[in-house]
Design a protein around this ligand. Structure first.
Ligand code: NOJ
Length: 437
């Protein structure tokens, strides 16, 4: 990992600072979605856990938002659980709608800007039974759910993320087979990817239309949250490696972002169809960035393998640390001319000093990207607190705040205080860098 230079860096006035969570990972007892059902089968989660009561954020959200306030965040990203709002097809739960209104209000009362994600990995069971993202009707179901959320709480919400990491979800669920329903069919990946893209476009328009129809004063900003894996050719001098990295970037990043920009669904996801409602359907781009993937087509060559291993830098409990990839990916979205938010960036580690270093190096990169012309408006760390890391369960510790899963005690880590100090002064001082490097 490259060391940051130690000069003080300042962030733009009005920069948004926060942390993110998602419903299934923190709320507890989301019994009505496909993840819960899959967890109950046993054998799927690597540490043997199930989401269960998670951090019980469903009941403890006010306490958690007090902490968010104390830690100085001015934005908070979280998701609404579709399976709570629409437990049965077309049946809405007034009780859960009321719950989420209170959640949003609790943030606003504390002067924390709510950033709401409408879909974060989970599907209601009734939808899963209909084939979820393989079913073209899901595009309309998602639009209907979007309208319901906006009708009932849109007066309070200034930021929406339609779908979190759609291409990864399509890939993990339907091609890689690591998330439910664990299919391994590339064709299904293309179908689900296309439906996610269409659903994003419809949801974007539904939000703006509903806000207008309801006469709400708020002018919401609506964006996509895209996981931006950086594909790094093992040998940049070898054309095959470079071409393969480019192919993967097209397959998992560019076709989707270009799709929103142009309204065209490129092959193999679509047939090049042009959709008016899709074109330009974003007010900002959310970038989730964690790491790089080294790419080569020459894995059978032991020398190439050796080279790959020798290139691996600092590692964490889940990923390699590779801040340079964040710079490349932020620069890659500059061309769309939209405001950009880092909607997720974080580290799974039991070593909080490493977390501090990770935050500092990545913020240094964020600062460089701003200097180099990216219209970057905010940084959101993943995650506010330790939580259920999907198929890795509770073994991964991403939190600024440590959770004791026995007692549910919340304890901010030193990194939470470092982050608070950065937010407070809107800068990183030379001394802060020097303390960790
Ligand atoms: C991206 C996902 O949005 C989030 O749910 C997950 O916990 C983090 N990556 C860390 O893997």
């Amino acid at each position: 990992m490259s060391k940051p230079n130690y000069r003080e860096i300042k962030f733009p006035k009005g920069f948004l600072w926060g942390a993110a969570t998602s419903a299934h990972q923190v709320e507890g007892n989301n019994t009505n979605n496909q993840w819960w059902a899959w967890e109950q089968e046993g054998g799927h989660i690597s540490d043997g856990s199930v989401s269960g009561r998670a951090c019980d954020h469903y009941h403890l959200y006010e306490q958690d938002f007090n902490l968010v306030k104390e830690l100085g965040h001015n934005v908070h990203r979280f998701s609404i659980e579709w399976s709570r709002i629409e437990p049965k097809e077309g049946k809405w739960s007034e009780k859960e709608i009321e719950h989420y209104r209170k959640v949003v209000e609790a943030l606003r009362e504390r002067n924390i800007i709510p950033m709401v994600t409408l879909h974060h990995f989970t599907n209601p069971l009734w939808l899963e039974e209909k084939g979820a993202w393989l079913n073209p009707k899901t595009v309309d179901y998602f639009e209907r759910y979007t309208r319901k959320v906006v009708e009932t709480m849109g007066d309070l919400i200034p930021f929406y993320n339609t779908i979190n990491e759609p291409v990864w979800v399509a890939y993990a669920n339907y091609a890689l087979g690591v998330h439910p329903p664990c299919h391994t069919d590339m064709n299904e990946f293309y179908i689900a990817g296309k439906h996610f893209l269409m659903a994003h476009g419809k949801s974007y328009n539904a939000i703006h239309e509903t806000v207008k129809d309801m006469g709400f004063k708020v002018k919401p900003q609506v964006g996509i949250v895209k996981q931006m894996m950086y594909y790094d050719p093992v040998d940049p001098q070898v054309k095959e490696d470079v071409d393969e990295a480019d192919r993967l970037d097209e397959l998992t990043n560019r076709w989707f972002l270009d799709g929103i920009h142009s309204g065209i669904i490129r092959r193999p996801f679509g047939e090049g169809e042009e959709l008016d409602y899709l074109r330009g359907s974003w007010d900002f781009i959310g970038v989730n960035y964690y790491t790089r993937t080294q790419v080569t087509t020459r894995l059978s060559d032991p020398k190439v393998l050796e080279l790959m291993v020798s290139r691996v830098g600092e590692t964490t409990d889940m990923y390699e640390v590779y801040p340079e990839g964040l710079y490349k990916q932020l620069m890659s979205v500059k061309k769309y001319g939209k405001p950009v938010y880092v909607t997720e960036n974080g580290i799974a580690t039991k070593d909080d000093n490493q977390r501090c270093r990770y935050i500092l190096t990545h913020l240094k990169i964020v600062h460089q990207a701003i200097r180099d012309g990216v219209n970057l408006k905010g940084y959101i760390y993943w995650s506010l607190m330790d939580n259920f890391e999907w198929s890795f369960g509770y073994s991964m510790r991403f939190g600024l705040v440590e959770i004791n899963y026995e007692t549910l005690e919340r304890k901010p880590r030193p990194s939470a205080y470092l982050y608070r100090d950065i937010i407070k002064s809107n800068k990183i001082t030379t001394q802060q860098f020097q303390k960790y490097f």
